[in-house]
Write a protein that binds this ligand. Sequence first.
Ligand SMILES: C[S@@+](CC[C@H](N)C(=O)[O-])C[C@H]1O[C@@H](n2cnc3c(N)ncnc32)[C@H](O)[C@@H]1O
Length: 369
Amino acid sequence: MSFEIFLMAPPGLEPVLAEEAAEAGFPAPKVVPGGVTFEGGWPDAWRANLVLRGAGRVLARIGAFRAFHLAQLDKRSRKFDWCAVLRPDVPVRVEVATNRKSKIYHARAAQQRIETAITEELGAPIAPDAPVTIRARIDDNLVTLSVDTSGGLLHKRGAKEAVGKAPLRETMAALFLRQCGFRGTEPVLDPMCGSGTFVIEAAEMAAGLAPGRARDFAFTQLASFDAGPWEALRAALPAPRATDLRFHGSDRDAGAFAAARANAARAGVGDLVDFRKAAAGDITPPEGPPGLVIVNPPYGLRIGQRKPLFALHAALGRALRERFGGWRVGLVTTDAGLAGATELPFLPTGRPVPHGGLRVTLHRTDSLP
Ligand SMILES: C[S@@+](CC[C@H](N)C(=O)[O-])C[C@H]1O[C@@H](n2cnc3c(N)ncnc32)[C@H](O)[C@@H]1O
């Protein structure tokens, strides 16, 4: 059986995720607003959760029907083959999104109809903290039903416990690394590494570690789950690759990189990373071939914070321009003025990407002279 599988991506980064999905062997991934879709079966949805670094979650589209009013939604929801997907013993919750083009516009009422159908026809309990979520979209009177196969968002890799200030999501960090051309074959340095998100993602990519190797997924609680093929999929993951590359992070806050070190050890890449205390303006290139500097400096959103950040960006830019010939730079910020203060030769930027209520932009360079 095949159906549409939706990979959620931050708006603006959909093409980057589509490229990752294509490289991972998923057939003909298509960019749509907020994600990427392809046709596949349950094992494809499991594998997408396990191996894709950039997907925020993986939804399986389990059906669609027209409903012009609530009584029709009630009737068609009751007829829906829930037992092909859901288990009567596993609690479920339902989320509904409607739009103005639909006659059913009251999301809460629609949610209640679908929940009632699931409890009364299948027998599964409804609970707000249920491990399984059904997502219904009602668009132009078409009800599309999906099940969230991931459960918790996929940036939660399962290894990271200590989080610093304003951490980037791992999924977004992985997509920015990819956008900078990083494919796991060169060193990476983050001179304001915080909890080490870029450094740890890069080290995992170099070691060929699957991002989902240490976490649970909601799909294991679905009726469509089959432990045998899932275990076979996990067993078929390639063994970690040996690499001589090293991944470097520094931060002027000693607490930040202590957390980064603990996170890397938990992720199993403790031997590939090197975290140290340093001010961004004092960085020097590590020994060995050039690679990628990627950094997400503080944004200075509060009044009085922005001005000192110009000096910090200027110092970082000077260090990179003077000492990092042959390296490429990726700088993620909300503030194009601060990026400009580095005086780095940035290429034209793409569209800003929403992140935690802000809009961040990746500024990239080619290899520095
Ligand atoms: C936005 S956070 C980076 C978060 C990081 N990308 C993560 O995912 O955890 C900015 C970091 O810059 C560090 N920082 C601020 N000023 C610095 C300086 N002059 N030198 C080095 N690090 C600095 C802060 O300690 C903070 O950890």
